[in-house]
Design a protein. Structure first.
Ligand code: SF4
Ligand code: SF4
Length: 383
């Protein structure tokens, strides 16, 4: 790819009548409070093109992509909707890091993603699947940071962020290196693990992209308990977006959208929500009370209980159990139990009790599995 001299001063799209905007950390960029995760685009390309184009028309100016989503087609599905509108939006690309990653390969990947998307440069590029343990591969001579700095010097990348699934504490260490302009992490009402990380990022002036604001659809179902906890009589999806955006350190809530109605509803929710009108601390306290009702004995996801000799996906079931009991998501839990693959089904449990001996939280795993299985019996659709 030839290196082009670019202007980095194009104004981003701003539609104040339909969208709200926030500073993206200290980058000087102003990003739409709702951003578009392109990992759920459909197989209907004409529809994808219209959807992305409509999102931009409604004021969305941040699109999260990588070549690896959707079997390698995510950026191909995204690009046609951007045509003619590229200068006004941020389209972030992403490449992973690992022991074998080199500056040369990372650079080639940046060029490849630019080409697919039809961009002259990335306003944002993410180091993906990052963790504290990967820092050595970032910093080594001939490693990823060399590629990033060179691409920045040549105008192919303006800003750099990271994303991944390390512990909140390790991500704080990554943030404190000062090497990054943004962080992208999952954050929603039922997964607040990265709240301290987000707070630290905000304090240090980093942009924060909150992924999975509706927890991959879990928070699309009605929950009276959540309404009561948040003191809002709204559909769960709306409460979920409001909660994420009520956090003053979140720059944008990145929702993976694939339907026009979903886009329009999310845009409406964000536009109508005045963050100053709600008390984020009180919302957190409400959610904390729901969690506290479970007591200290809930699954922390440590996975010490596996493998189970019968193949039961114990942590997966415990996750369902926690969301079910904590948030009163009965219909969701029933559906989730129904969707557990046969080879991981709790029906195969032979009551050996090995898992309970390994669980540091002394959970009554067998009893909990039986409770979950009883949901099946209550559902006439399930054989
Ligand atoms: S050992 Fe206990 S706390 Fe850890 S994942 Fe298994 S059930 Fe959850
Ligand atoms: S009690 Fe059931 S779930 Fe636990 S290890 Fe034994 S077979 Fe697996």
């Amino acid at each position: 790819m030839s290196i082009v001299s670019i202007s980095n001063s194009e104004p981003l799209i701003r539609k104040d009548d339909t969208m709200r905007y926030r500073p993206f950390g200290k980058t000087g960029l102003t990003v739409s409070a709702l951003s578009f995760g392109c990992m759920r685009l459909s197989d209907d390309q004409e529809y994808n093109t219209k959807l992305i184009s409509q999102a931009i028309d409604l004021g969305v100016n941040y699109f999260e992509t990588t070549r690896y989503y959707l079997g390698g087609t995510c950026q191909h599905r995204t690009a046609p909707g951007l045509v003619g509108k590229i200068p006004g939006v941020i389209v972030s690309g992403k490449e992973g890091i690992g022991p074998d990653q080199t500056a040369y390969r990372f650079r080639k990947e940046i060029e490849r993603q630019l080409e697919i998307l039809g961009l002259s440069h990335f306003k944002f590029f993410q180091v993906g699947w990052f963790s504290w343990g990967m820092m050595q591969h970032l910093l080594k001579r001939g490693g990823v940071l060399d590629a990033i700095r060179e691409a920045q010097n040549q105008g192919l990348i303006q800003h750099v962020g990271f994303t991944g699934h390390d512990t909140p504490e390790n991500f704080i260490k990554c943030i404190e290196t000062g090497l990054f302009d943004s962080i992208t992490v999952p954050y929603n009402m039922i997964n607040r693990a990265y709240e301290p990380t987000i707070k630290r990022a905000g304090k240090l002036g980093m942009g924060v992209v909150a992924m999975c604001p509706v927890a991959g659809g879990v928070l699309s179902l009605e929950s009276d308990r959540l309404k009561e906890a948040l003191k809002m009589d709204l559909p769960t999806t709306e409460m979920a977006l409001r909660f994420v955006l009520a956090n003053p350190d979140v720059s944008t809530a990145c929702s993976g959208m694939n339907r026009v109605e979903q886009l329009q509803q999310n845009v409406k929710t964000v536009n109508e929500f005045e963050p100053g009108s709600c008390d984020f601390g009180a919302m957190c306290e409400g959610l904390d009370r729901l969690r506290a009702a479970l007591g200290d004995r809930f699954c922390t996801g440590c996975r010490y209980c596996i493998p189970c000799a019968q193949g039961v996906d114990i942590p997966g079931y415990m996750d369902i159990y926690r969301n079910w009991k904590c948030f009163g998501l009965d219909a969701w839990a029933t559906d989730a139990v129904k969707r557990v693959p046969k080879d991981k089904d709790a029906a195969k449990c032979n009551d050996c009790g090995d898992c309970e001996g390994k669980c540091p939280n002394t959970l009554d795993i067998r009893k909990m599995l039986k409770e979950l299985l009883s949901l099946k019996k209550q559902d006439p659709d399930i054989s």
